[in-house]
Design a protein around this ligand. Structure first.
Ligand code: MN
Length: 159
C-alpha cells in the first residue's frame, strides 16, 4: 500500500520544487520595490512646482502618435494646470499622488492605478505631500502639444 502511493508522489516532487521557487522569486521583486524605469533628468521648464524628473521612453512617430515618458515627483511636487489636445493616460508605477480635473475633487492615485485625462480638460497631477510619486504618461500627440496654464496653488494642492 505504502509503496504504491509513493510511486505516484515521487514523480511530482520536481514540480513542487519549481512551484515553490517561482513564488519566492515573485515575492523578492515586490519586497525590494525596484523601480521599473530610470528617473531621468530634473525638469527645468517651469511647468512644474517643486522637484520632478523626466525620462522619455518613446517619442511619437508616423506609426504611433503618442509619446511615453516616466515622471518622478518628489513629495509635494506637481505639474501646473494643463490640457492635452489628444488626451493622456497615466499609469502609476510607484508611490502615492493626486490627479484633479478643474471643478472636480482631487483623486488619490496609488501604485497600479491607471487613469485617463480626457482631451482639452484642464487638470494637474503630482505627488502626495509626503510621498514620492512615479507615473508613466502616455500622451496623444496628433492634435498638438500640451497647453500649460497657471500653477496649482498651495491652497488648491492641500484642499
Ligand atoms: Mn496631464
Amino acid at each position: 500500500m505504502m509503496k504504491s502511493s509513493l510511486k505516484y508522489i515521487f514523480p511530482l516532487i520536481p514540480f513542487l520544487f519549481i512551484a515553490c521557487n517561482k513564488k519566492k522569486e515573485t515575492k523578492d521583486i515586490h519586497s525590494e520595490n525596484l523601480l521599473v524605469f530610470p528617473t531621468g533628468e530634473k525638469i527645468t521648464n517651469g511647468n512644474f512646482t517643486g522637484t520632478a524628473y523626466l525620462q522619455m521612453l518613446m517619442d511619437a512617430d508616423s506609426l504611433n502618435s503618442i509619446s511615453v515618458g516616466n515622471v518622478t515627483f518628489e513629495p509635494g511636487a506637481r505639474s501646473k494646470w494643463h490640457t492635452h489636445p489628444a488626451g493622456q493616460i497615466l499609469l502609476v508605477i510607484d508611490g502615492v499622488g493626486y490627479y484633479q480635473e478643474k471643478g472636480q475633487p482631487k483623486k488619490i492615485l496609488r501604485k497600479g492605478d491607471a487613469i485617463k485625462c480626457p482631451p482639452n480638460v484642464p487638470h494637474w497631477h503630482g505627488a502626495g505631500s509626503d510621498k514620492t510619486f512615479v507615473q508613466v504618461a502616455i500622451t496623444g500627440r496628433e492634435k498638438g502639444e500640451t497647453v500649460w496654464l497657471e500653477p496649482v496653488t498651495d491652497e488648491e494642492y492641500h484642499k
